[in-house]
Design a protein around this ligand. Sequence first.
Ligand SMILES: NC(=O)C1=CN([C@@H]2O[C@H](COP(=O)(O)OP(=O)(O)OC[C@H]3O[C@@H](n4cnc5c(N)ncnc54)[C@H](O)[C@@H]3O)[C@@H](O)[C@H]2O)C=CC1
Ligand SMILES: O=C(O)[C@@H]1CCC=N1
Length: 282
Amino acid sequence: METVAVLGGGKIGEALLGGLVAAGRAPGELLVVEAVATRAAELGERYGIGAVDAAEAARRADVLVVAVKPGDVPAALDQVHDVLAGRRPDGDRPTVVSLAAGIPTASLEARLPADTAVVRVMPNTPMLVGRAMCVLSPGAAAGEVELALTEGLLAAVGRTVRVPESQQDLATALSGSGPAYVFLLAEAMIDAGVALGMPRATATELVTATVEGAGGLLTTPGSDGREGVAPHPGLLREAVTSPGGTTAAALGTLEAEGLRTALARAVAAARDRSVALGRQDG
Ligand SMILES: NC(=O)C1=CN([C@@H]2O[C@H](COP(=O)(O)OP(=O)(O)OC[C@H]3O[C@@H](n4cnc5c(N)ncnc54)[C@H](O)[C@@H]3O)[C@@H](O)[C@H]2O)C=CC1
Ligand SMILES: O=C(O)[C@@H]1CCC=N1
């Protein structure tokens, strides 16, 4: 198997490394470059992954994953540039896989040796439990080989989909940030249950099982009574909504309070922020 080096062992770096280990990848094939020594040690203890410096990662990696904050990407790429320049671009040089929100492949390529294969990916944190949604777009020098290599790696930790790079900022707003919207919804539901008198542990069990079960229905073909097409959220919602019943009362309140509009605005705000992060780097 190829050696994967991750620059940045923070939340998403850990989700990838931990997810790969959980999927059976040998820790010896995984490397992390982490600026904070205590954090690197923590990852070593937790997953048995070796910490190296940027130059060593650039020397040994077949896939070099950039998982630092968008503003730290230029410095991180500068640290590996010269070693990468010493490796031939025709198969010896690693594929650079960027997980950074907003940063276009053209900006990444401009800070890397000419002809480096770059794949821009927007992952999400369910990667840690093998349930990621990873959205991929190739850079100018990334062909089918590099895309397939990246997909093969990420398939171990969830699902992958290719999109034109013009849709990456919107993908970031939907699936990259999306888990946070679901967690906020869960938190708010639990708090509402507690406010109305249910013990927190019970409310938490009810809500988390409900989110998991609803996710299962959304992703199980045929769950809305139709065969051969992806389940429609509206049909699943209708099946819960008895005429004159409790769900209709709740949904009427949510619509009146503007939940749908709030979500549309939230996704647009996240998309715009992703675009702005890319401009700041440029
Ligand atoms: N957290 C999330 O849900 C997602 C994050 N991302 C992207 O992943 C990237 C990282 O985000 P997080 O993991 O949340 O941030 P984080 O702040 O948790 O992790 C970044 C890590 O990189 C380290 N670091 C910074 N510069 C470094 C360098 N030059 N060399 C080595 N290590 C360095 C920091 O010490 C830190 O541990 C961002 O670009 C973000 O846009 C993408 C999808 C989802
Ligand atoms: O909040 C962020 O900027 C990152 C990108 C997607 C999820 N977390």
